[in-house]
Design a protein around this ligand. Structure first.
Ligand SMILES: Nc1nc2c(ncn2[C@@H]2O[C@H](COP(=O)(O)OP(=O)(O)OP(=O)(O)O)[C@@H](O)[C@H]2O)c(=O)[nH]1
Ligand SMILES: [Mg+2]
Length: 424
């Protein structure tokens, strides 16, 4: 079963800015004219509700988005790199394999997340022209695209999960009450990975149901791929425990006991989940006696006798499941609300509003969205405006940071798309 894969992703790098000169009839020795490099492509993950496994990505080991093209003459932008969108099933979790950090938890249909950001394109040389240097030979290189080693895990997001020994009729039940078409056969371990379907009781009542591969004794220690299956069960809100009442099946009381012992040995929290008992194959001869024996052994349990084959007894079982799912949904919502209410003050360490980049040969760049926005509003032809802007930068600590980084009197500082002279 494929539900845990690794892959490397690399966003595109930005294209290099161009060093070019204006050479036209009336400007034989025109100024710098090199355009900016294109942006590198991003890497996205998107939920595709038609997918139920990660199988399609199994052999995808390296994914790379397109690089931005270099800038061109006449201040023309290089083309942006192609983005890549990888489609994954609902319930996919994406982790940074280097440190285990959760980068995305895709729990909503149509959710899309950007995992690796493409690098910015470098600025062309026309940005670097200034009073002191009207022929800058310098253009910025493109930024390198982000790259990650990812661990991608699928945990099925089902409201209810069908559990039980092999061949008890879990997949048959799923096929009868949902749109899913799982494989069904008379031999054990027919289901190798969970199937998922939507059970629509009526226009307003529906839930997501998944069958699980059959569990056996020792599953809680990993036997019969037990770990793989139990991982999925963790995310179900409610469990429907299917028992085989036909004489061919394992004795129901024993089956019930073993499965619960395995759940508990894997993770005690699984035993806290609401469990509904479906006594299947009631059409078989001798089923009635087995049901009675089971009920006597477990008077505390409500048992729903069904025949999946004959479509009998299904409605009461499904409505009971629906009610428990609703209770679980409401409890989750209340818990979430409580968590939101508790967090009133959150400590946010203050980040500086800018960073300083040394471009070499006396050129510096101030990287800052805030400063870029301010610069947009400044009319650099007006001395008062320019002065005001310089004062703001000083107040923000940009001058100090430049001095600390080693800027010298007369160096050139790129702010947004403008060049300023640096004076101590
Ligand atoms: N008589 C009778 N047979 C049933 C009923 N439900 C399922 N079966 C039969 O039981 C066998 C196993 O059914 P599956 O649905 O594949 O069982 P499963 O629990 O999904 O089995 P695994 O995937 O191996 O864990 C098939 O031959 C079904 O036709 C029922 O209500 N009555
Ligand atoms: Mg099955």
């Amino acid at each position: 079963m494929i539900d845990l894969i690794r892959m490397k992703v690399k966003a595109g790098s930005g294209g290099r800015g161009a060093v070019a000169w204006r050479r036209e009839k009336y400007y034989p020795n025109g100024g710098p004219f090199g355009g900016d490099g294109g942006r590198g492509g991003d890497i996205y993950f998107a939920v595709d509700t038609n997918e139920t496994t990660l199988a399609k990505l199994r052999y995808t080991k390296n994914v790379k988005a397109g690089d931005g093209a270099p800038g061109m003459t006449k201040k023309m932008h290089g083309a942006d790199g192609e983005d890549v969108i990888l489609r994954v099933p609902l319930g996919t979790m994406i982790r940074n394999a280097a440190n285990g950090d959760l980068m995305a938890d895709l729990t909503k249909p149509h959710q899309i997340v950007k995992i690796a950001h493409g690098g910015k394109g470098g600025l062309g040389n026309y940005h670097f022209a200034s009073g002191r240097n009207d022929a800058p030979e310098y253009a910025q290189p493109g930024e390198i695209g982000e790259s990650f080693d990812l661990q991608i895990e699928l945990r099925l997001l089902a409201d209810a999960g069908l559990i039980g020994f092999p061949s008890v009729g879990k997949s048959t039940l799923l096929s009868v009450v949902t749109n899913a078409r799982p494989e069904i056969a008379a031999y054990p371990f027919t289901t190798k990975e969970p199937n998922i379907g939507v059970c629509e009781l009526d226009a307003d009542h529906s839930f997501v149901l998944a069958d699980m591969p059959g569990l056996i004794e020792g599953a809680g220690q990993g036997k019969g791929m037990g770990f793989e299956f139990l991982r999925h069960i963790r995310r179900c809100r409610v469990l429907i425990h299917v028992l085989d009442m036909s004489p061919e099946g394992k004795e129901p009381e024993e089956a019930y006991r073993i499965i619960n012992a395995e759940l508990g040995s894997y993770d005690a929290a699984l035993l806290e989940k609401p469990q509904i008992i479906a006594a299947n194959k009631m059409d078989a001869e001798g089923a009635e006696e087995r049901l009675q024996a089971f009920q006597q052994a477990h008077p505390e349990l409500t048992v729903y006798p069904i025949s999946t084959l004959k479509h009998e007894g299904l409605k009461p079982l499904l409505y009971a499941a629906y009610d428990r799912i609703q209770e679980a949904r409401q409890a989750e919502a209340a818990q979430k609300k409580e968590a939101e209410e508790i967090v009133v003050y959150r400590y946010e360490p203050k980040k500086p509003d800018f960073t300083i980049e040394n471009l070499g040969s006396g050129h510096w760049k101030v990287n800052s969205e805030k400063v870029d926005r301010l610069a947009e509003q400044v009319d650099f032809d007006k001395e008062a405006d320019t002065y005001q802007f310089a004062m703001t930068l000083q107040k923000m600590g940009v001058d100090r940071a430049l001095a600390r980084a080693g800027a010298k009197d007369g160096d050139q500082v790129i702010v947004g798309t403008y060049i300023m002279d640096y004076h101590i």
